[in-house]
Design a protein around this ligand. Structure first.
Ligand code: FAD
Length: 487
């Protein structure tokens, strides 16, 4: 009997749950990826994620071939199609004469609807559909309170997560042991992974960024991070420092197994590394937001705390102009602007700066968090619906376990604290490069002579601040007054 593995956000052969289950169950296993036109048609023609996926498929294809070849199977590899996945997948399953399709869970709303259609179409063809957890360590209702309800506060969730985790949950699926069941690709599907151009996309600057793709790229980045993980708890705070792992896109597209990363962090944390313990915590945040999305799909488009939907955000021309200034890094607040340039130019933004810019949009500019969320969704290489929504609702104080609304980030003191020398600002705002550290965080406070010495004329090379932070803060407290201050 034959099976088809449908890869989506799990672009690796090693330690892949769906692939493992298929190989154990069937004698001939095909693997396929579909460039889903329903999703791709919505994207701009230059998108780093599409390029990252495309390049990662080349690596995945090589991994599958090598695994099969080690068992004496020639001509295995990845089948790649382009079309509306809800139709393409059943068509492919039918053409390959398989009895079963295996895939890994994707709990985003679009994927749930698409998979329901696929399941129905496959059932009509007499083909079974099997799904597995793979994207997170614990999903859905695996970690619940003693009363059997989902957690909405992170720390108790984390404690329960740590209590439940053991070697079983973190061990790898031994895929290669069973890879002899990988099937040679059918004659008609022996072509290469399609080029970006043939998919209707243009090249981006992905190759200039330090973001190698595919399972090999993930291993390279992790090897590099391994040297730094013990210092992560401190180093992760400073955007000018190479502190975090940069594994986001690899976790998003599954070119690495989260079980492998969590296992490594867990073992190292147990040996007393505070950096590894903090990093493990971040992976647990990822699980946390994933289960929030599963239990509360309404968070897409709505405040987690329904009373916060009463907040009136600013709309209209003036708000649109402020939103454009935020998007384009022209707010006059150097740390905010440098961060937006980092996002626009690289598709990455440091975690502290995601918090600072999201706070600035919602609390300083009074603009609806959903507009910022959508902008990040379009531009982040590691965009993940659950984490992005969670991060935005955290910053806007509308979410589950969010920061209290009366605690408002000050963009200048954040800058002084986390980019004290202005190194990050100078990297992304070269027009301010000559300003001394004490002036770079709030150039409007500098004397004209000091600005002139650094070659800066406010309103020319760099804008005046678009809002006054103290006034904005007062407006925000009023705006949030519709919601009762928690006791
Ligand atoms: P590291 O610091 O090395 O962390 C390792 C991994 O842990 C990350 O790759 C990520 O998978 C996970 N992680 C870390 N922090 C968080 C967190 N707070 N919540 C959930 N998972 C976390 N993360 C995304 O993966 N996708 C998003 O779309 C996203 N949008 C965000 C939006 C806002 C407004 C905020 C405040 C945070 C957002 N985050 C998002 C969380 C975090 O900023 C990124 O995961 C992190 O900066 C990615 O860089 P890294 O891979 O170097 O992370």
């Amino acid at each position: 009997d034959a099976a088809l593995v449908w890869l989506r956000r799990d672009l690796r052969a090693e330690d892949n749950a769906a692939l493992f289950h298929a190989l154990k169950a069937a004698r001939q296993v095909h693997c396929a990826f579909i460039f889903d036109s329903t999703l791709l048609d919505e994207l701009p023609r230059a998108d780093r994620r599409v390029e990252f996926i495309r390049d990662s498929l080349v690596g995945l294809d090589a991994q599958l071939r090598a695994m099969a070849a080690a068992h004496g199977v020639d001509g295995a590899g990845l089948i790649v199609r382009h079309g509306a996945a809800a139709q393409e997948l059943p068509r492919l399953a039918h053409q390959l004469h398989v009895q079963a399709v295996y895939t890994n869970h994707d709990d985003e709303s679009y994927a749930i609807q698409r998979d329901a259609k696929v399941r129905g179409a496959l059932a009509d063809l007499g083909i079974s559909f099997h799904t597995s957890k793979d994207h997170v360590v614990f999903e859905r209702s695996e970690v619940m309170t003693g009363a059997g309800s989902p957690y909405s506060v992170f720390t108790p969730y984390k404690n329960a997560w740590l209590k439940k985790v053991d070697a079983f949950y973190l061990s790898a699926y031994p895929v290669s042991r069973h890879a002899g069941a990988l099937a040679p690709r059918p004659e008609s599907d022996c072509s290469e992974v399609p080029t970006l151009e043939s998919l209707g996309f243009e090249r981006t600057n992905l190759h200039e960024l330090k973001l190698p793709s595919g399972p090999v790229g993930a291993a390279e980045l992790m090897q590099d991070f391994r040297e730094r993980i013990d210092r992560y708890d401190d180093a992760r705070n400073y955007p000018a420092v190479k502190g975090p792992s940069y594994m986001g896109p690899h976790l998003r597209f599954g070119t690495v197994s989260v079980r492998a990363l969590a296992r490594e962090a867990h073992e190292r944390a147990a040996k007393g590394s505070p950096g590894a313990a903090t990093w493990l915590s971040e992976l647990i945040w990822r699980d946390f937001y994933n289960q929030v999305l599963h239990h509360h799909p309404r968070v897409v488009g709505h405040a987690f705390k329904p009373e916060y939907d009463a907040i009136k955000w600013d709309h209209g021309k003036a708000a649109d102009a402020l939103f454009a200034a935020w998007r384009e890094g022209r707010t006059g607040y150097p740390l905010v602007d440098a961060a937006m340039h980092q996002l626009n130019e690289t598709g990455y933004m440091h975690n502290r700066l995601r918090m600072v810019t999201a706070s600035f949009l919602t609390k300083d500019l009074g603009i609806d968090w959903r507009r910022g969320e959508a902008y990040f969704a379009l531009h982040l290489n590691d965009f993940d619906l659950a984490s992005n929504n969670g991060g935005w609702q955290w910053a806007a104080s509308t979410g589950c376990d969010a920061q209290p609304y009366f605690r408002i980030f000050n963009p200048v003191s954040q800058s002084e604290k986390f980019d004290a020398e202005g190194k990050f600002i100078r990297r992304y705002l070269p027009q301010l490069a000559k300003l001394p550290a004490k002036l770079i965080h709030a150039p409007w406070l500098a004397r004209p002579i000091e600005l002139a010495e650094a070659g800066v004329v406010l309103g020319k090379q760099y804008p005046h601040p678009v809002v006054d932070h103290d006034e904005a803060r007062a407006r925000t407290l009023e705006r949030f007054a519709v919601v009762k201050r928690p006791a």
